[in-house]
Unconditional design. Structure first.
Length: 180
């Protein structure tokens, strides 16, 4: 007689346990991909780094200290990275006169980056970071090592914000407002 009631209760218990596990899994994933704080970013070894540009010139990160800097980690094989580059380029063109700087560090093969840039030119500085760039991104708060990853520096070299994933126009507008 109580068999239907017991089966329904068991079913509810199983569904509840499954829902709780799903919520816990989503929470863990969000926590894992959340950028981490970087202590004393203004003294971070990043500012002493130098990268080669696609044209073979030296790109010293110290040259960008003292003004707001958007540092973007990307790769040619990353669709969201490629999608956001024209928006970042437009932002740079509109705001470079206000002192906003942009550097994109490619976590990719130099030949792939050169080929990509021959089809889609960018006005801002691009450095070839290769696989070393993954470790740099991690040291700047990218615990998961995913792409795209962007670090917004204030003029004093401290980090205003880090973003894992594709940028939006709102992200750029907020940063512009925060650094004026």
């Amino acid at each position: 007689m109580n068999q239907p009631h017991a089966n329904a209760s068991r079913r509810h218990l199983i569904w509840g346990a499954g829902a709780a596990a799903a919520v816990a899994g989503v929470g863990m994933a969000l926590w894992r991909f959340e950028p981490r704080d970087v202590a004393q970013a203004e003294r971070h070894p990043f500012w002493g780094q130098q990268y080669e540009t696609p044209s073979g010139q030296a790109l010293a990160m110290a040259a960008f200290k003292g003004k707001p800097l958007l540092l973007n980690f990307w790769a040619t094989w990353c669709p969201p990275c490629i999608e956001e580059l024209p928006m970042i380029d437009a932002f740079w063109r509109e705001n470079t006169a206000n002192g906003h700087q942009v550097v994109a560090l490619a976590i990719d093969q130099p030949s792939a980056v050169r080929k990509f840039l021959s089809r889609q030119a960018l006005g801002f500085s691009v450095g070839l970071a290769g696989l070393e760039g993954t470790q740099l991104a991690k040291s700047l708060g990218n615990a998961a090592g995913g792409l795209p990853f962007t670090v917004f520096f204030k003029a004093d070299g401290s980090i205003w914000r880090q973003k894992m994933g594709q940028l939006t126009a709102d992200d750029l507008a907020q940063w512009r407002s925060a650094t004026l």
